[in-house]
Design a protein around this ligand. Structure first.
Ligand code: FAD
Length: 338
């Protein structure tokens, strides 16, 4: 377990913000877990857990202790006729985990390729992309309760996964350290081609002949064409959630804005936040040292030397303009760290 004082977090957050943490504990050995958590919970000031830093916006220097999760290890922990149970330590890189799964013929994760971050953060906001969500494949999550100093396991159902949410973003927010996640992955591959971008790639193919590695490759290509690479330009992916509104509100909005895209889900209608931001005039617009990505307005980017306050100002201006134009309140997907 390594410790650093007054350490820059620039390389530990994908917005690449040069904020300083009072103290950083790097946890890479599971044997050090309880000592690290004890240290974290007894430390003065604020405390937080950081994985890949790809879903956080620090609002300034961090006056407290950061536990940087680097626990590694993937193992097969069970199987039945149709599935493998695969348990991954929480500090494993998410895309490395997807790659390992595809190579070993453990199926289901392909559409979630190239999402940055760690396995341990995947259940927190129930990461999703191209018609798949991590929660659909999670068998259980084992965590350490920081207050009670006990380890406990929740089943997938107990995690209460929803659209970019789970119990870890609600009742258990800030209370647990996720140690490992067990996935129920299939032995037989069935491609998920519901999303237009993915479907187009395979429209002339019989679904039986499509390989998991091909779907992974296609998803990687689509993502690279659309989203900024955080290694080149600081960002945290989609900054806001896609809002869900009532059918009545949608009908009224459609009269005023006939081009509004919509995805009905049960009693509500999901509206792409990127479209709302674009129509509010923010697509590709710069503000001080930050702005929105020209190819996808939902992604806020740091053009190099942005101060956290500039990104906070930008996201507030976007929220205000979307509210004024559409009477829709955008909600942050990214975790703001005060
Ligand atoms: C270019 C880009 C594209 C993206 N695309 C997608 C996408 O398609 N779909 C999607 O859903 N997300 C996407 N994201 C968001 C992000 O990749 C995911 O939310 C990811 O799961 C965050 O993982 P992380 O390890 O970086 O979490 P961090 O940013 O380090 O942490 C996020 C939150 O989880 C907490 N946390 C992290 N690890 C633990 C742990 N072990 N125990 C307890 N709490 C913990 C942190 O305290 C923090 O509150 C994208 C981000 C980027 C930069």
């Amino acid at each position: 377990m390594l410790q650093f004082l007054n350490k820059s977090l620039k390389s530990s957050n994908t917005f690449q913000l040069d904020v300083i943490a009072d103290r950083v504990i790097e946890l890479s050995d599971k044997a050090d877990l309880s000592a690290a958590i004890a240290d974290l919970s007894s430390s003065e000031g604020k405390r937080m857990i950081l994985g890949g830093g790809s879903n956080v916006l620090f609002s300034g220097d961090y006056n407290g202790t950061v536990l940087l999760n680097q626990l590694k290890g993937i193992e097969v922990t069970g199987e039945d006729e149709e599935h493998y149970l695969i348990t991954s330590a929480s500090g494993v890189n998410w895309d490395g985990f997807v790659e390992t799964s595809v190579k070993n013929d453990w199926y289901g994760l392909e559409n979630l390729s190239l999402i940055p971050g760690t396995v341990g953060a995947a259940p927190i906001q129930n990461i999703g992309a191209y018609g798949q969500e991590a929660g659909n494949l999670i068998e259980s999550v084992t965590s350490y309760d920081i207050l009670n100093r006990t380890t406990f396991t929740l089943t997938g159902a107990q995690c209460r996964f929803g659209y970019r949410t789970s119990i870890f973003k609600n009742e258990l927010k800030g209370r647990v350290f996720i140690i490992n996640v067990t996935f129920r992955l299939r032995k037989h591959f069935t491609p998920i081609l519901g999303y237009r971008d993915v479907a187009i790639r395979f429209e002339e193919r019989e679904s039986d002949g499509i390989l998991a590695a091909e779907v992974r490759e296609a998803v990687i290509e689509i993502r690279k064409a659309k989203l900024p690479n955080p290694a080149e330009i600081g960002n945290a992916g989609s900054f806001f959630k896609n809002p869900e509104i009532s059918t009545a509100k949608f009908t009224a909005l459609k009269q005023k804005h006939p081009g509004i895209p919509a995805y009905p889900i049960g009693n509500v209608v999901k509206i792409p936040a990127g479209w709302l931001i674009q129509e509010a005039g923010w697509k590709g617009r710069r503000y001080k040292n930050c702005g929105t990505y020209p190819k996808q307005a939902l992604v806020l980017v740091n053009y190099g030397d942005a101060h956290p306050s500039e990104l906070l100002e930008l996201k507030e201006m976007i929220k205000t303009d979307v509210m004024e134009k559409f009477s829709i309140k955008l909600e942050e997907e990214v975790n703001i760290i005060d």
